[in-house]
Design a protein around this ligand. Structure first.
Ligand code: AKG
Length: 305
């Protein structure tokens, strides 16, 4: 991790340095996929460095940033990804969901998220033909944005328990820009998991997916660490549905937007959840792309601390 990035924070609280650990790069295990599968079965996550084509990832980044520049959210040159602090998205795009769908469907982005490169990696991960969801969680996080701690199974396991999230930095996401972090040992948090098992977030409004809105207090109480990395273009983080995760705060001193996309991959032979597949997927709650945090104009960061 870059020592020059100073402290890292989660929801405004400084994360004590001893509570931050480096994700180990296990990309060498792709040469022996059965060992990669063992690793995932044991630890629940696998950080795979440099497994995607860097040029393709950067092309996706530039294409998305150009669209954000067109609605006044990024300064020129757009490829720097510096937020203006304002937005004309509401004024220029009559429907925020439609606008976001048009960004998510940019061919350069799809080449990364649903293209043959990631397809091959996920086939090795599953040990059988794999397919990625069409519905993408593209996230452009202005400084101040962060994601709270949650598990993914309430969202994605309705038709099959065999599901992995692939978190893809769309370009560099150093620690200072608030990348994803996983909570070490969180697959063993049985006291939390026993209340969440069987939970389908779209069918049960009595429970919440977010486990804590104060990640630092949560980790201090449990004596656990956040594992993360200075992510670079081409890296991915694969994790299972029972790995608690969230993000650090984007504290970019330059005001750079953190760009990432998360997509789920499952064995192609398992039943597909129609909410997430097809040309016009409805998403978790049926609202299409309009229901995503990513669809909000950049001057309305999600979970601003
Ligand atoms: O990128 C983020 O901030 C959160 C991503 C996430 O929750 C996921 O990949 O499941």
């Amino acid at each position: 991790m870059n020592p020059e990035t100073g402290d890292c924070r989660a929801f405004g609280s400084t994360v004590p340095p001893e509570m931050v650990g480096e994700l180990p790069d296990v990309s060498a295990l792709l040469a022996t996929p059965e060992r990669l599968r063992e690793r995932l079965a044991t630890h629940g996550h696998a950080f795979l460095k440099g497994v995607l084509d860097e040029d393709e990832v950067m092309a996706a980044r530039h294409a998305v940033f150009e669209r954000l520049h067109e609605v006044g959210e990024l300064r020129a040159p757009s490829r720097e990804g510096i937020a203006t602090g304002t937005s004309r998205r509401r004024e220029l795009a009559s429907d925020l969901g439609e606008f976001w769908k048009s960004v998510v469907d940019l061919p350069a982005l799809r080449q990364v998220t649903n293209g043959p490169g990631l397809g091959r990696v996920m086939e090795a991960v599953w040990g059988e033909p794999a397919c990625g969801m069409d519905y993408l969680f593209l996230r452009a996080g202005a400084p101040g944005s962060a994601t709270g701690l949650h598990y993914d199974f309430p969202f994605f396991t309705r038709t099959t328990p065999r599901m992995y999230t692939v978190w893809i930095p769309i370009g560099p996401v150093p620690v200072v820009e608030g990348p994803l972090m996983v909570v070490e040992g969180s697959r063993g948090f049985d006291d939390i998991l026993e209340h969440l098992r069987g939970f389908d977030i779209a069918l049960d409004d009595t429970r919440k997916a977010e486990v804590s809105h104060d990640p630092v207090a949560f980790a201090l109480e449990r004596g656990c660490r956040f594992l993360t990395a200075d992510f670079e273009a081409g890296d991915i983080l694969v994790f299972d549905m029972f790995t608690l995760h969230g993000s650090l705060d984007n504290q970019s001193p330059a005001g750079r937007v953190r760009l990432s996309c998360d997509v789920r991959y499952q064995p192609a032979s398992d039943p597909l959840d129609p909410r997430y597949f097809g040309p016009d997927p409805g998403g978790t709650f049926g609202g299409g792309y309009g229901e995503l945090n990513g669809a909000k104009p950049l001057d309305e960061p999600w979970h601003r601390r």
